[in-house]
Design a protein around this ligand. Structure first.
Ligand code: LLP
Length: 435
C-alpha cells in the first residue's frame, strides 16, 4: 500500500518512517496516515478534470476522517470540503478552511447548524428535504442573506460494490425522489426565492463502488430532469454533484478501477447529454471520502494475550478493537495485516485478531494469515484510514487512539491520544436526593 516498504531491520515503514518506532514513540493503538498517498489521490481527481477542461470541485467527504490537520491538508491540496454536521463545520472553520469551498450535507440539519452555515458564509448547502427548505427560507429572510444551494435527489439508482440496482422509487432517508414528483415540488419551492440560489442537483448512489455504470446512469437521470426544467422554466443548471463512493482495495478480492476512471466516465455521460439537449455543461462536483484517505491509513496495535480454541482457531488479542474500528463488527468488513516488526518473515500462521472490548463480536480480522505472533509484537492493519477513527467510540471507556501523519521520513501528531481524564471530563457527581 502506498509508500509502505520493509527496512533493513525487517520492519514495516510507512512514508519512510519505521512503523515499530512510531508505535514505540506514540503508543498504540495508533492511526498512521501516509500523506503522500492522500495528495496523490487528490491531485489525480483534480488533474483529470483539468485535463478534460471541465470545471469542477473535488470535495473531500470528511465524514471519512475529520480533524483540523486533515482539513488543512485538504486546503493545501485545493480540495473543497463536504461536511455533514455542525461539528464538522465547526472543525473546518477552526482549521482555517476557506468557507466558500465548504458544502454542507445532512438529512436533518438543525436551525442552529444552518445558522452557523449562514454566519460562516459557506459555499453551498445541499438541501435534503422540505422542512429544510422552510428553515432556509426563514433564516435567509431574517438575515437578508443569500445562500447557494443544491437539491439532493434520489435517482432510484443504488450501487452496492459491483452491481447496482435501479428502482422507480428509492427507499432512502435522503433527498427528494426524482421519479415521483418530489424533486419537481422542491424545485418549485426554491426556484424563485429571493435569497436561495439554486445551482443544480446532487446525488450519492452508494459507497465502495467498483463499476462506473451506476454513476453514468445516475448522471443521465439527473441530466434528464435538468433538461426538463430547462425546457419548461429556462432553468440554467450550473452544478451537477455526483457524490462519492469510489471503491478502494481492502483485500485482494477488491478490484477497484483507478479513481480517475470514474470521473472520466461521468464526464463523458454528462457531455453527451448536454450536447444532445443543447445545454451548457455544468460544473461537475464530486465528493470522495474513502478513496482519498482509506488506504492512506494504517492502524498499529500491540499484540497481547493469545488463546487457542483446539481444532477451531487461534486468537491473538490487540490493545484496541471495535472502539477504534467498528467496520468489521458493523459491516463484516475485511482487512489485511502484517506483524510490523517481522514484516520480512513468512506468514506461516493463521490467527483471528480479536480486540480488547467486552463483546464476542469484537474481532478485527477473522483467519488472518500472519507471521507467528508473540506478546509485544506490533500488528499493522492496512486501509483503515476511512471510517475508522471517525467512527471510533469510548465503548468500555476506552480512550480514542492518537493519529500521526507521516511524509518523506517525517512524522507529527495530528490528534492526541485521549487520556482517562478526557474520558471523565464531562461526567458530573451524583447529587440528586442527597440533601
Ligand atoms: N457524499 C455523500 C452524500 C455521502 O453520503 C458519502 C458517504 C460520501 C459522499 C462519501 O462516500 P465515500 O467516497 O467515502 O464512499 N461508514 C461506512 C460508509 C458510509 C458512507 C456514508 N456516506 C463505511 O465505513 O463503509
Amino acid at each position: 500500500y502506498g509508500t509502505q516498504k520493509i527496512n533493513e531491520n525487517g520492519h514495516l515503514t510507512i512514508g519512510g518512517v519505521d512503523a515499530v518506532e512510531l508505535a514505540n514513540s506514540y503508543g498504540t493503538p495508533l492511526f498512521v496516515y501516509d500523506l503522500e498517498l492522500i495528495r496523490d489521490r487528490a491531485r489525480g481527481f483534480i488533474e483529470t478534470f483539468k485535463k478534460l477542461d471541465v470545471k469542477a470541485e473535488v470535495a473531500y467527504a470528511s465524514k471519512a476522517f475529520s480533524c483540523v490537520a486533515i482539513y488543512q491538508l485538504a486546503q493545501e491540496e485545493n480540495l473543497s470540503l463536504d461536511v455533514v454536521s455542525g461539528g464538522e463545520l465547526y472543525t473546518a472553520i477552526k482549521s482555517g478552511f476557506p468557507a466558500e469551498r465548504i458544502h454542507f450535507h445532512g438529512n436533518n440539519k438543525s436551525y442552529a447548524e444552518l445558522e452557523l452555515a449562514f454566519d460562516t458564509k459557506i459555499g453551498c448547502i445541499v438541501v435534503d428535504n422540505y422542512y429544510e427548505i422552510d428553515l432556509l427560507k426563514q433564516i435567509s429572510e431574517i438575515k437578508q442573506q443569500s445562500m447557494r444551494i443544491l437539491l439532493r435527489v434520489t435517482p432510484g439508482v443504488e450501487a452496492h460494490t459491483h452491481d447496482f440496482i435501479t428502482t422507480g422509487q428509492a427507499d432512502s432517508k435522503f433527498g427528494f425522489d426524482l421519479n415521483n414528483g418530489q424533486a419537481d415540488e422542491a424545485f418549485q419551492q426554491v426556484k424563485d426565492h429571493q435569497f436561495l440560489q439554486l445551482l443544480g442537483l446532487h446525488c450519492h448512489i452508494g459507497s465502495q463502488i467498483f463499476e462506473t455504470d451506476g454513476f453514468s446512469l445516475a448522471a443521465e437521470k439527473l441530466m434528464q430532469k435538468i433538461g426538463a426544467w430547462n425546457k419548461e422554466y429556462g432553468f440554467e443548471c450550473t452544478v451537477l454533484n455526483l457524490g462519492g463512493g469510489f471503491g478502494i482495495r481492502y483485500t485482494e478480492e477488491d478490484k477497484p478501477l483507478e479513481p480517475q476512471v470514474y470521473v472520466e466516465e461521468m464526464i463523458k455521460t454528462v457531455q453527451a447529454f448536454c450536447a444532445k439537449l443543447n445545454l451548457n455543461l455544468p460544473e461537475i462536483w464530486i465528493e470522495p471520502g474513502r478513496s482519498l484517505v482509506g488506504d492512506a491509513g494504517t492502524s498499529l496495535y500491540t499484540v497481547g494475550s493469545q488463546k487457542t480454541v483446539p481444532n477451531v482457531r487461534e486468537y491473538i488479542a490487540v490493545d484496541g478493537g471495535m472502539s477504534d474500528n467498528i467496520r468489521p463488527a458493523l459491516y463484516d468488513a475485511k482487512y489485511e495485516a502484517v506483524i510490523a516488526n517481522k514484516a520480512n518473515e513468512q506468514k506461516e500462521s493463521t490467527y483471528t485478531v480479536a480486540g480488547k472490548l467486552c463483546e464476542s463480536g469484537d474481532k478485527l480480522i477473522v483467519d488472518a494469515r500472519l507471521q507467528t505472533a508473540e506478546p509485544g509484537d506490533t500488528l499493522a492493519i492496512f486501509c483503515t484510514g476511512a471510517y475508522g477513527y471517525s467512527m471510533a467510540s469510548n465503548y468500555n471507556r476506552v480512550p480514542r487512539p492518537a493519529v500521526v501523519f507521516v511524509e518523506n521520513g517525517q512524522h507529527q501528531l495530528a490528534i492526541q491520544r485521549e487520556s482517562y481524564e478526557n474520558i471523565v471530563q464531562n461526567d458530573l457527581p451524583f447529587t440528586l436526593n442527597r440533601g
